[in-house]
Unconditional design. Structure first.
Length: 314
């Protein structure tokens, strides 16, 4: 039986994202409901939204940086009330949030009012605690992730004129674009088959600053990309990084010492990064140079101060 999908989000700031979702859902054997097709109704706007949730099987929540319209009695946004209604009715729920660091957002698409921002923050926290939340940077990135999630549970519409492109083919197309105009696909997620090459290392402060990562909570490792390939050549990515909660997952993959399929974001920073590996303690090394004769000593300063912090007597 064909299922019905309801799209819940704020509107003006996410028009492009909603359009991308509609296009993806049209690839599957589902019916789509959203504010784009509400039309004129005798009931109020909130009642219309809740009625659409009731008539749907799947709730897709798209959360960015605006709370949206607030209902006067509950002081909750329409999006939150739609979500809570879907939970009460035991609907299938998929939640996607704009990445705080990677999403490309216009200044006018942020809530300025502090009270609205606090309510949005609380709503996001609650969603993260109850669901495995997907993040997105652009409409295309959101579309890719939604398509991948739907392929696991829904049948695509058969079409003789449109052949499906494999995930690795999509990656190759993204990388080709990235090599020419990296900013046009920055933050997009793609699948790679990689082989770890060396032991992990802490990422340098300059690298973390350039890519807005948490210094001291980010690691890197040398890799070889086995698939996809640019003809006979391997893709020109030589390192893979993880930050925050993803560090332990990457460490687990490295310890297996075998090729693995994984998803990674395409990132770009304008500044040059002189060193990728962090120096937490500083060290002295010797450099041999024919022009100087004997080896001479240089000091490599640390990128911070490392100490032992006493906690208790053993």
């Amino acid at each position: 039986m064909k299922k019905t999908v309801f799209i819940s989000s704020t509107y003006e700031d996410l028009i492009g994202h909603r359009q991308a979702i509609w296009q993806v859902l049209k690839e599957f054997d589902v019916s789509i409901r959203g504010m784009e097709e509400f039309g004129a109704r005798t009931e109020g706007p909130l009642e219309t939204c809740l009625a659409e949730v009731e008539q749907s099987d799947v709730y897709i929540g798209i959360i960015a940086f605006r709370l949206g319209t607030v209902e006067s009695t509950s002081q909750k946004s329409y999006t939150q009330l739609e979500y809570e209604h879907a939970v009460q009715l035991n609907k299938e729920i998929l939640i996607y949030m704009a990445d705080d660091q990677q999403a490309l957002v216009r200044a006018k698409d942020f809530d300025v009012d502090q009270s609205l921002r606090e309510k949005l923050k609380a709503f996001k926290k609650m969603l993260s605690e109850h669901h495995t939340v997907g993040t997105f940077s652009t409409p295309d990135d959101l579309a890719d992730k939604l398509r991948r999630d739907f392929k696991r549970n829904f049948d695509p519409i058969e079409s003789e004129s449109k052949t499906d492109t494999s995930e690795f083919d999509r990656t190759l197309a993204l990388v080709r674009t990235f090599l020419l105009t990296p900013k046009s696909v920055i933050g997009r997620e793609a699948i790679f088959n990689i082989m770890p090459q060396w032991q992990p290392y802490p990422a340098s402060r300059s690298l973390c600053q350039a890519f807005k990562l948490d210094y001291g909570m980010t690691i890197g490792t040398a890799i070889s990309i086995e698939s996809p390939k640019l003809g006979k050549e391997k893709l020109p990515f030589r390192e893979l990084y993880a930050s925050g909660s993803r560090v332990n997952t990457l460490l687990g993959l490295i310890s297996q010492k075998k090729p693995v399929d994984l998803f990674a974001r395409l990132q770009f920073a304008e500044q040059d990064i002189k060193t990728e590996k962090a120096e937490f303690f500083g060290r002295t090394t010797y450099v041999s140079d024919d022009d100087w004769g004997d080896p001479y000593e240089i000091y490599i300063p640390p990128e911070g101060k490392s100490i032992l912090l006493f906690s208790k007597i053993a």
